[in-house]
Write a protein that binds this ligand. Structure first.
Ligand code: GLY
Length: 353
């Protein structure tokens, strides 16, 4: 997989003009959703290339990350004259960058694309690293491929209008990057005043967070080894996310990851001797900023069953990434059902659920 260029923008219009210039193309297409069309596109006004681009607008939010929307994007590209030499710009959150990336990587066997992420989650995670895809058959990101964008342009000015819930959703992935990288970065994340955001500092932290992901993806683009570190908090987090969805009380991805981190730090502590004080500090931050996810012991079997469907498992064995310490990663860890149930007990007790 080619290394993708990730730029923390000082001036978005300049960065975008340069990025477009580096991708020779015949036609330019711009994918937005109903929200980014209204709220983010105006920031690109006055850019000749964007003015001339063919815009494709899709429905917003995860519910539209499906085959019908993908087909509509293929259809629009086809009907409006896209060729193999056309270029697609994805302006949006993770749903737009994942679906748009997949549409681009499959249309006429693949056209070039640029990601312009507009949410914190998309900036530090979804838009970087070449994972593209859609939900299918009730399963998240069930269909997709690895195909990196030509460029990812991160403009943190978009974060000034992000609502609190989407801010915290993305911040959970930053916490994960802190935990799997180094103590200094984790400390600054835990000390950050999330109620009175310093956007200059946030921009610097976003840069460091993206670097953590880039370094890992560069070593292992197709997730055979170290990229699994990025799954910290996700094995149990995905089960919380799926249970919440099935019960008609959907939660944002990053919230599920934060709650998954609580469980997987406990597992890290009991199985890999992750320091208790650091676990306590991180869990306190999560409890204060994310609240908790309520479930009872009657739901343990369902959560366990959901974990067995995780696409990172091999031969039906549930696979965890755990930690010995900050940045000290233990890949391919397993835990039996009893241990996982004990983890749920710990979670409910310490989160007061
Ligand atoms: N979101 C985890 C990864 O890109 O591998």
């Amino acid at each position: 997989m080619n290394k993708q260029e990730v730029i923390i923008c000082e001036e978005l219009k300049n960065s975008l003009t340069q990025a477009i210039g580096r991708c020779p193309h015949d036609r330019l297409f711009l994918l937005t959703d109903e929200h980014t069309h209204r709220l983010c596109l105006p920031l690109l006004q006055g850019l000749t290339a964007i003015g001339e681009a063919e815009e494709i607008v899709i429905g917003a939010e995860d519910v539209h990350k499906n085959l019908d929307t993908l087909a509509a994007v293929w259809q629009a590209l086809s009907q409006r004259g896209a060729t193999r030499h056309s270029l697609l710009i994805n302006l949006g959150g993770g749903m737009v960058t994942d679906l748009g990336g997949f549409a681009a990587s499959t249309f006429k066997r693949g056209i070039a694309y640029i990601n312009l992420p507009t949410t914190l989650l998309a900036m530090v995670d979804a838009s970087v690293g070449g994972k593209t895809g859609i939900n299918f058959n009730g399963l998240k990101n069930e269909i997709g491929c690895f195909c990196p964008a030509e460029s990812v342009l991160i403009e943190t000015e978009f974060l000034r209008t992000l609502d609190d819930r989407n801010f915290f959703s993305g911040y959970a992935e930053m916490l994960k990057h802190g935990l799997i990288s180094n103590q200094e970065h984790l400390n600054e994340l835990l000390a950050f005043d999330t109620r009175h955001i310093d956007y200059t500092l946030l921009k610097q932290m976003v840069g460091r967070s993206v670097e953590v992901k880039e370094q890992i993806v560069e070593q292992d683009p197709h997730e055979h080894g170290i990229r699994k570190a990025l799954n910290l908090g996700h094995t149990i987090g995905h089960a919380f996310e799926s249970l919440a969805l099935a019960q008609g009380r959907p939660v944002l991805h990053g919230y599920a990851v934060a709650w998954g981190l609580v469980c997987e730090l406990y597992l890290s502590h009991t199985r890999c001797a992750f320091p208790k004080e650091l676990m306590r500090q991180t869990i306190a931050f999560i409890k204060e900023n994310y609240g908790g996810f309520a479930f009872t012991c009657k739901e343990y079997d369902r959560l366990y069953e959901l974990m067995t469907h995780d696409k990172k498992n091999t031969a039906g064995i549930i696979n965890f990434t755990l930690l010995k310490g900050t940045g000290d990663i233990c890949l391919n860890q397993t835990a039996d059902k009893e241990t996982i149930f004990e983890t749920f007990d710990f979670y409910r007790e310490c989160m007061g659920m």
